[in-house]
Design a protein. Sequence first.
Length: 343
Amino acid sequence: MSVWLIRAGRDGEYESKFLNEGNVYVTWDGFDRNLNSFEVQQDLREALAEVYPDVKAGAIKNWASQIWPFAKRMKIGDWVVLPSKKKGSIHFGKITNEYQFVPEGPNPYYHKRTVEWFAQDIPRSNFDQDLLYSFGAFMTICRIKRNDAEDRLRKMAENNWKSTFAISLPDVDDIEPNEESGGLDVERFAKDQIAKFLTAKFSGHGMARLVEAVLEAKGFLTYRSPEGPDKGVDLLAAPGALGFNSPKLCVQVKTGDTPVDRPTLDQLIGAMQNFGADSGLLVSWSGFKGSVDKELPSQFFRVRLWDQDTLIEELLGCYEKLDEELKAELPFKRVWTIANPEG
């Protein structure tokens, strides 16, 4: 069994289509050539150069090295890893048929493999850092194999997606791009490092303290429930000097290692009514199951959802406004870098 990383667009714009249809696609815009017609990878390079005459030769070579395996190397039974760009989770599927060329498209869906998604919304925090590094490759399509990744992922699946390994990621200075990774997604790498740090330092009720700090930085007066039974509410918050203004918030914070399901959302909505709150904030470090996502349209004016990526972004966004004592516990530093110009 091989494991293949496939991205659903630079910004995850094709993720819902991949998951809902049970297919994965090569998503190079306008590339409508049948991959079965190429006998060697050089033929593919030449076709890419014809379709994209303004693209440099190095990029063409890189693209060909990604597209070629989709038709020529992936096998029925191989696994597909789809890191979500919309939330801090990863989806896993099994390839169930051979490569198919779809000449009618529509653009860019000319090349597909059918996939059975057997595990969705697995929290990124479940995975060892070296695996997260591989999942953070800039490549759109590549094989994940370093450090026995294929065997380890299979064992994780058998162990309810819990890792039994302890492999440390090398220091950033020691990481070099290679054929598999195509370089390091520094932003994703940083988020994963921060997530590991926060998991270790602010587990359990400590995560509610972080959410409280973010809300206070945004101008809310807060009340945090003591540890123990909380009647469905970890925090109450409202703006204004005395906390009497609107919106009045009920906040529930979940730090378990599985995505939150619909009953937890229903519990928060019930607590909002009990406490006379205008709105609710549901924070789940391990993300949300599809049953919760489906409720977003009907609850748009009442409830917001924060997964670990959103919480980290909110925390970093107001970092300078945090209490000095808390900032001392969060040794973060802003770093600017050049964005990768090629997919």
